[in-house]
Design a protein around this ligand. Sequence first.
Ligand code: ADP
Ligand code: ZN
Length: 520
Amino acid sequence: MASLYAALEHYYGYSSFLPFQEEIIRDILEKKDVLAVLATGGGKSLCYQLPALVTGGLAVVVSPLISLMKDQVDSLTTQGVPAATLNSSLPYDAMVRTLADLEAGRLRLLYVSPEKVVQPRFLATLRESGVTLIAVDEAHCISEWGHQFRPEYRQLSVLKEQFPEVPMIALTATAIPEVRQDIIRQLSLADPSVYVGSFNRENLRYTVAGKKDTYPQLIDYLRSNPNRSGIVYFSSKKRTEEIAERLRDDGVRALPYHADLPDAYRHRVQEQFIRDEIDVVCATNAFGMGIDKPDVRFVIHYDMPKSLEAYAQETGRAGRDGEASDCILFYSPGDRWKNRAVLERDSLDRPDLYPLAVQKLNDMIAFCETTRCRREHLLRYFGETFTGVPCGACDACLQPEEFIDGQEIAEKIVNCVAGLPGRFGVTHIGAVLTGSKRSKVLAEGHQNFPAYNSGSEYTRKEWSSFIRQFIANGYLDQSSGKYPVVTLNERSRAVLSGDESVRLARPEGRGARDTRDGPD
Ligand code: ADP
Ligand code: ZN
């Protein structure tokens, strides 16, 4: 279809499509429903914009953020596309004008909030205006499995009831299968074509660094990468301000961004960042959605995010222009407990969501603790098989930790877990293995079990690290309750029978001989 390419060239100045764009657009033109799961930067907006442009119809786009709508409409308007937005923040006269344009069939794209789109009066107006496509952007917001659940998205199920004949496209960058299913079900997509793009971002380099002397590590990085733009994410609003100030004292052009700062201030930070008037934004996760800055050269997580979805989305903001960019995450095993406490507080009003949140946190931790390729790990989480290990662009592949053969260690751990009556956590198992005289060990009578002191060649901390590596690599399971306990699984048994070979990172300060010649 020549006119598709002509329109692509005419409105956007591109001569070819990104992966799946053309297939998606053709489906929409054939009035099929579509679920598009494409990574951030994958070019999702064009998938619903172009059909409206080539057919001269009206696409209604449901979008969760007013700022996001405004940016899109501004950029469309400058491209000469009749586009507008309707939401609660609009002045009365602008709303009247937009409604008039809508009814007169002058609009190709109309961005609306989920609250607005389900109002009966608005639905009636839409019917009059001959809507030809409904797009639900950031569709994962509909799912409690996602990391940005928004109750108002649940109302969107009326759209299919009211417009069964209008094709609907749902778009998201969140790829976990449960979210996909939820979107299809809740929006009642009719036998949709599902497109799942690759989530591999080849130009991103992933690193997990120890959360110790974090600020010096940060400032070192910034100094060795001058004049580059990036985002540093924090879990605490207060810390964004503190670290931004400290960075400014150290000569870095940095500003904070979080939900409690005044709108005008936040807007200015965003503008200055996009115009390269500042280099670093110290932000909470409130920053980023809808910020289309192609040359973000680094995304640093000062604190660990709550899920791998959040991590993928936030790191996905780096390197949209395809140039090499860094994703650095500072992690300490202690973050587990800090995050647990936060989850507990957050889920007070929705305790049913707590186990899922803990599971997501554990998945995040496993990513931090794995000794294998981070890219492979991340892609596997999103259901994608990555066959390019070593990837050449993650810390594990670039500087493989020195490995030791973990067979003997694995046997000791598995025997200890299997031999203790009851279920225990990482620390306790380490304590038993090292012959600790902690009161809990003695109270349980564990000094009388064969596993007691069977691992004295390593310290308790080293055992904890081994056990965590096993959990991260799937050789042991860990429950997600308040006091997580370690249990055996199929793979732990495979290890015992020698069917699986086990690699472990060599503990710091231990030479190759230590493990071989250590006392039994
Ligand atoms: P997403 O919403 O999936 O994160 P966007 O729609 O914001 O992605 O697109 C990301 C970037 O890719 C934008 O800068 C956009 O202009 C660009 N883009 C989209 N389609 C194409 C294309 N066919 N060729 C080149 N660049 C494209
Ligand atoms: Zn790798």
